[in-house]
Design a protein. Structure first.
Length: 708
């Protein structure tokens, strides 16, 4: 149920087979702070946001609108529920991303699941534990304070033989309790499940191939659809001839409302029929391409939004012994998940059910309902496992297409994008231009920071160095970019904008350190009093074995340092590289990553995210770049679009700054934001050459070396 008000809660309990339901009302949540791109509050509905069901056999079900796409939240959310409920991990089953069974959720993105939804889960579990101990108090005839909970059993602390299980307490009950996030939580020193690293709950199914993704759904009479696509964004269909496809036996052809598709019981047959369709298009004249986009972003930029301003820039310039100006660039980057966008839609008894690879089942439910003319309550979206999203599976074009075709044909329909469709319809990480002017006094203190972002957005641009005269201006947030700024769709891409901003900002810091002849670590420590940042920098230096030296040291081998803040997590990276001066080839040999992410719910899971960020970050650092001419996308598969290879992988070492007093912070994105910068700084140390454009291909590195 997307809204629990659609059903009486007592009726809902009956459907679950009796027992106890505990629900949570979060109310409005601030999703981003002032250093992030969209500083706003998005309130949850005022009915419920998370709930637990304790059944009469003692089994517990956690219902969550979040989804699992490889980030491990199925396990970490279950750990959080188990900890505060006082049961073993094996006792809990989690249902995720089903709009008929789970409470509304905004979507799974922004490293928000653990830090924003996790408190709701813990609140529900903690309140459920109190409800059950109150029932046990009545059953056992003792005060609540005399009771303890262990593995789903409530017992009298002074006499463990006097006990009653959760299942016994739930038997015959039809109780619903509503709570908020202020419920009493277990203290860190009491933890038995959180802070540990159990086997991932989705691990066995994924390792054995038993895991079901949207493309694995098979329904009786299901048709596979192939859809006619334009050759470029902005192309207009002027003529279509489907007669040859219609003549093929076993083929259903649809040509309705701009949707032209061939459907068959075999996907290859549907593809053959699609190839028989003749279509003419009117193509727009290309106005920008891979190389001219940067000038366009500056020329077409909207008025700036000043996200940070302190002191006076002119006064800052007057205080500087040295000033530095640089411009940095990055290309459009694709999400390129292993699993392409896929959906299966079935219309049955007036209800549309869609199994969709999506990060936002509830937003997709509304979109599908609008597009097919249904009430949202008559559309159910079920999210199986998702094979990677990285921010690119929030919208649901493929789900709308499947639903429309199911309505038209009356049969279940699967729409699975090809890799070429995946690249064409992707919402790319936006290209960007970043202009930085900075300055230092004679003691190496930063006095000036004039920072401008074109095209990407403000995430990652916040200043945590002690700079008295600073300004950050953003010309077009990716989420609010004016029409025409980008030639095709752009969107979130694992810490949107932060990869671009840290690439520029942390190189600029190193430029100043080198100019004044100060070790890069010492320069950062000299210029910030932020205690969390100081802690991660010092920890990274300790793990790496940092020895002070001024860059560049040259000789073909170098080290780099970069730091930042994302999803309220502080992160620092150190990297070693080897550069071939004859070819420009760069091999990253070692990366040390340290994070302060508050209380770490699942250490191994957090390390996996850090390692995954670094691996993915090497892709945008060295190879990933969408080539285009106007609306025509020139990359359609991995033959030309270069993801990180196994041969690129360095030795990766991860560590945490212990900060258990701080609630859990985001872990899915922080480690990626500094990868470009740390590698660029290491290249400079190895060669004395600065690379100002992402990706740092061998040709660009070689050109930088030759120009030094």
């Amino acid at each position: 149920m997307s809204d629990m008000r659609q059903m009486d809660r007592r009726e809902f309990v009956k459907l679950l087979g009796g027992g106890i339901v505990v629900v949570v009302n979060l109310g409005p949540l601030t999703l981003f702070n002032s250093r992030d791109p969209l500083d706003f509050q998005r309130g949850y509905p005022e009915d419920i946001n998370a709930y637990l069901h304790i059944a009469e056999d003692g089994k517990v079900t956690l219902f969550s609108g979040k989804i699992e796409m490889g980030q491990g939240v199925m396990t970490s959310l279950t750990q959080m529920a188990a900890e505060d409920l006082g049961v073993s991990l094996e006792t809990i089953h989690i249902v995720m991303g089903d709009t008929d069974r789970c409470p509304w959720d905004m979507g799974t993105f922004g490293s928000l699941t653990t830090r924003m939804f996790g408190p709701a889960v813990r609140a529900a579990a903690a309140r459920a534990r109190l409800v059950l101990t109150d029932l046990a108090s009545e059953r056992l005839g003792v005060a609540r304070d005399a009771l303890k909970v262990e593995d789903g059993v409530v017992f009298v602390e002074a006499d463990r033989s006097r006990r009653v299980s959760y299942g016994e307490l739930a038997r015959g009950q039809e109780i619903t309790h509503t709570v908020d996030e202020e419920a009493v939580l277990r203290a860190v020193e009491e933890f038995k499940v959180m802070g540990d690293s159990p086997e991932r709950l989705d691990g066995y199914d994924k390792m054995t191939g038993a895991a079901k993704f949207a493309g694995d759904i098979r329904l009786p009479g299901m048709l596979y659809a192939r859809i006619l696509r334009p050759p470029a964004h902005g192309a207009r269909l002027t003529r279509v001839d489907t007669s040859a496809a219609e003549a093929m036996p076993g083929i259903t052809v649809v040509n309705q409302g701009g949707l032209v598709a061939t459907l068959a019981s075999d996907p290859e047959k549907a593809e053959k029929a699609l190839n028989l369709i003749e279509a003419d298009y009117e193509l727009p004249t290309p106005s920008v391409d891979t190389e001219s986009i940067f000038d366009h972003l500056v020329a077409a930029a909207p008025a700036p939004n000043t996200t940070e301003r302190e002191g006076d820039l002119e006064a800052g310039r007057a205080q500087c012994a040295q000033e530095f100006e640089a411009t940095y660039y990055n290309a459009y980057v694709a999400h390129a998940p292993i699993e392409p966008h896929t959906a299966v839609a079935e219309l049955k008894d007036g209800k549309m059910t869609v199994w969709s690879s999506t990060q936002g089942p509830f937003s997709q439910q509304r979109t599908i309902a609008r597009e097919i003319g249904y009430d949202a309550g008559d559309v159910r979206v079920i999210t199986p496992y998702v094979g990677g999203g990285f921010g690119g599976k929030v919208s649901g074009r493929q789900a709308v297409e499947a639903a429309r075709l199911a309505v038209i044909t009356g049969a279940p329909v699967q729409v699975a994008w090809t890799r070429a469709e995946e690249f064409f319809y992707d919402s790319f990480r936006p290209a960007a231009v970043l202009k930085v002017a900075s300055g230092i006094d004679g003691d190496g203190k930063i006095k000036l920071w004039d920072y401008q972002v074109y095209g990407a957005g403000s995430r990652g641009s916040g200043v945590f160095y002690d700079i008295p005269n600073r300004s950050v201006r953003v010309y077009g947030e990716w989420g609010r970019a004016p029409e025409g700024l980008h030639p095709f769709a752009v969107g979130p891409w694992r810490a949107p904008a932060a990869n671009s901003n840290r690439f520029a900002a942390e190189q600029q810091i190193d430029i100043m350190a080198a100019a004044v002849g100060i070790d890069p670590l010492e320069f950062r420590l000299l210029n910030t009093t932020d205690e969390r940042m100081l802690a991660v920098l010092r920890k990274a230096a300790e793990v790496y074995g940092w020895e002070a030296a001024t860059a560049p040291r040259r000789g073909g081998r170098g080290r780099g340092l970069a730091c930042g803040i994302d999803a309220e997590t502080y992160v620092a990276l150190v990297a070693d590289v080897t550069v071939d001066p004859a070819t420009g080839h760069v091999q990253v040999d070692r990366v040390v990553c340290v994070q302060d992410m508050g209380l770490v719910v699942n250490p191994d899971g957090a390390r996996m995210q850090m390692e995954g960020c670094i691996a993915m970050g090497l892709g945008y650092a060295f190879g990933e770049e969408i080539r285009f001419e106007g609306g025509k996308i020139l990359d359609s598969n991995f033959g030309t679009y270069k993801l990180a290879r196994f041969s690129w992988m360095p030795k990766i070492e991860t560590a945490f700054v212990s900060n258990d007093a701080l609630p859990p912070k985001g872990g899915g994105e922080p480690a990626i934001i500094n990868v470009g910068a740390v590698v660029a700084n290491a290249i400079f140390d190895a060669t004395g050459a600065r690379v100002y454009r992402l990706p740092m291909t061998a040709d660009r590195v070689l050109a930088a070396i030759r120009s030094t």
